[in-house]
Ligand binder design. Structure first.
Ligand SMILES: NC(=O)c1ccc[n+]([C@@H]2O[C@H](COP(=O)([O-])OP(=O)(O)OC[C@H]3O[C@@H](n4cnc5c(N)ncnc54)[C@H](OP(=O)(O)O)[C@@H]3O)[C@@H](O)[C@H]2O)c1
Length: 324
């Protein structure tokens, strides 16, 4: 697979792997099936594997720990901290980027992952109660101590990235980005290229909606997507029309919609490394083929006309004002 530079860090396969759905949020999971899918990904040239301490309350990091045993040097490992959850009320979210919290949670992540370092450690959300300088200084200490290879920021604006990068080099930014969510396309993306920072789009398949194969009635009762405005009944019906247009473009090129959606993300620049997620080898193979697809400028423009921000119904997330 084509290799892309992870900011100031190592090279990684142009398409990475988002492991979240192997533990929580998108329906039933099966560890043995997940491990087989991860093995297949590595064999096919995927090297960047993305997790977070909160996915499945540590389950996702433990699963990755099983997977990387004996092959740590062949994977580029990224995890995150900063979102606070409680097992007694799984829907609740808080944020904590205090130095003491980050140092403790990094140790816990390393233990679950069964390694002495990760290549990338993200602030999962920015904590308004902790000065950014203090959080970045705490992460810089973890870099100095060899526990993390580089610092990442997730769910951030360009202003925050510039402020953090002035304190310590930032390796990567991970935000939601897909045909459905193009907020970063015009300003953040080119600015990161200039600063030598990688851009890691999460939910590049619109949490599955851009594959054309997801219907609301297929979502399990506890599927997290049921809470998302874009997946509400009315919104999904309208968004499905955009997906139908994507399906028509894909059919014209004898491709799958997921492949076209990913090829569009990949063409945003050589510093872009998307991390689609799947539990299945068949979907994975489909998605990896996107790395070899070149969309024409006309195709890309047509897609952007279809998925004009004003045409997409529903925000990516519900009101998060309950966050402390
Ligand atoms: N930083 C953050 O705040 C944040 C937030 C969300 C996600 N993330 C990261 O980003 C990663 C990817 O995002 P995501 O999992 O939300 O969304 P995604 O990659 O946009 O979509 C995943 C969904 O698409 C389905 N899918 C994948 N390939 C398919 C194909 N070829 N055909 C049909 N369906 C397909 C998967 O199904 P199956 O699972 O059934 O295979 C899954 O339901 C996560 O795993 C996580 O690591 C980060």
């Amino acid at each position: 697979m084509e290799q892309r530079k992870l900011g100031d860090g190592p090279l990684a396969g142009a398409i990475g792997f988002g492991c979240m759905g192997m533990s929580e949020f998108y329906g039933a999971t099966d560890d043995e099936q997940s491990l087989a899918t991860l093995e297949h990904a590595l064999a096919r040239g995927v090297t960047l594997f993305d997790t977070a301490d909160i996915y499945g309350f540590g389950h996702n990091e433990s699963l990755l720990g099983r997977f990387i045993r004996g092959k740590r040097d062949r994977v580029v490992l990224a995890t995150k901290a900063g979102i606070v959850r409680s097992q007694s009320d799984p829907a609740l979210r808080g944020v904590d980027n205090s130095p003491i919290y980050l140092a403790r949670h990094c140790e816990e992540s390393l233990r679950r992952l069964g390694t002495d370092h990760v290549d990338l450690y993200y602030l999962h959300r920015i904590d308004p109660a902790t000065p950014l300088e203090e959080s970045i200084a705490a992460l810089a200490r973890l870099v100095r101590d060899g526990k993390i290879g580089g610092i990442g920021l997730s769910n951030v604006t360009l202003t925050t990235v510039r402020a953090a990068h002035a304190i310590h080099p930032i390796r990567a930014v991970q935000n939601e980005f897909s045909l459905f969510t193009r907020t970063d396309q015009d300003a953040l993306l080119p600015a990161l290229a200039e600063m030598g920072i990688a851009y890691v789009p999460y939910s590049p398949l619109g949490r599955g909606m851009l594959t054309g194969s997801l219907q609301r009635q297929d979502l399990a009762a506890d599927d997290f997507r049921r809470n998302l405005p874009r997946f509400a009944d009315d919104a999904m019906a309208i968004n499905a029309r955009l997906v139908a247009a994507l399906q028509a473009i894909a059919a014209r090129r004898h491709l799958e919609p997921a492949q076209v959606a990913l090829a569009w993300v990949l063409r945003q620049g050589p510093h872009v490394i998307p991390i689609p997620g799947t539990r299945r080898i068949s979907y994975l193979d489909q998605n990896l083929a996107a790395a070899t697809i070149e969309l024409s400028e006309e195709d890309a423009m047509e897609l952007q006309r279809i998925f004009h921000p004003a045409a997409v119904v529903g925000e990516p997330y519900p009101n998060m004002s309950f966050m402390r």
